[in-house]
Design a binder for this molecule. Sequence first.
Ligand code: P6P
Length: 339
Amino acid sequence: HAAEAHRTDLMTITRFVLNEQSKYPESRGDFSILLSHIVLGCKFVCSAVNKAGLAKLIGLAGETNVQGEEQKKLDVLSNEVFIKALVSSGRTSILVSEEDEEATFVEPSRRGKYCVVFDPLDGSSNIDCGVSIGTIFGIYTVKDTNEPTLDDVLQPGKNMVAAGYCMYGSSCMLVLSTGEGVNGFTLDPSLGEFILTHPDIKTPKKGKIYSVNEGNAKNWDEPTAKYVDNCKFPKDKAPAKSLRYVGSMVADVHRTFLYGGIFLYPADKKSPNGKLRVLYEVFPMSFLMEQAGGQAFTGKERALDLNPKSIHERSPIFLGSYDDVEEIKELYAAHEKKN
Ligand code: P6P
């Protein structure tokens, strides 16, 4: 019966968010409308990513298509789709995209109370080899719709009202938090709806996996090097951890949510602020990880306490199972004391 109920009790992402919103009688449904436009963008990108391989076969992607138009690269196409969807929602005032050097200020007649920071297709260098990639987004509320400024998006991640990602892999999965836990929705292509499949995701308190690009080991600082060494040669006779590294943040972090463990993109001598972007990679994944019972740390502070000074700023990030991140925090604290 449970299976039967599940099949007929179709909890779509739209219904789920409307249910959540009904807890706030004063809300006018703005967030639900914003989310429905984000969902539309995700469905479009999911379809385009799935066709990308075929498009290459029939000579579309990268070359001129049958209309003789230059076929756009998927990340450029995805960016255009999300910008258009978000502006047309009439619920946003500022958009920050990994693809655009400058922020987009929505024209006054179409402005709404939200600011969306997003990476339309993170990990897109992995498309051609079929590795999972994804869209990552975070949502702030604007201080004054009449006067939106960059300060509305240069806020600590703890001020986000929602964050999520959509992973385009063997299935298309949207993982979302509006500040009351994390829920996962899987796209049912036959219905064109995201169905609740992973209610209330909680990451295991401790994991057996570490996820880092070991190729950067020669440039790591001492605490990171020590932590990774402990993973491989545990001092306390515990079994060594397994290394899993896809090289696509959405894939690596999604696995960390479900299986536990720790994802690291540390600072190194070459890039003292690490590689990942604060607004639309570090903050949304840190927001979700804390909502799932994990932690997110920059090597100096709680990731969500960071105060970004520019929209494409980078930060080191250590996120995942609570106990695993606690270990690396202790190593950084000890290192701090010594110096
Ligand atoms: P590296 C993909 O290019 C990305 O931005 C993230 O999705 C991923 O976690 C990281 O970079 C991988 O970087 O240096 O290990 O190839």
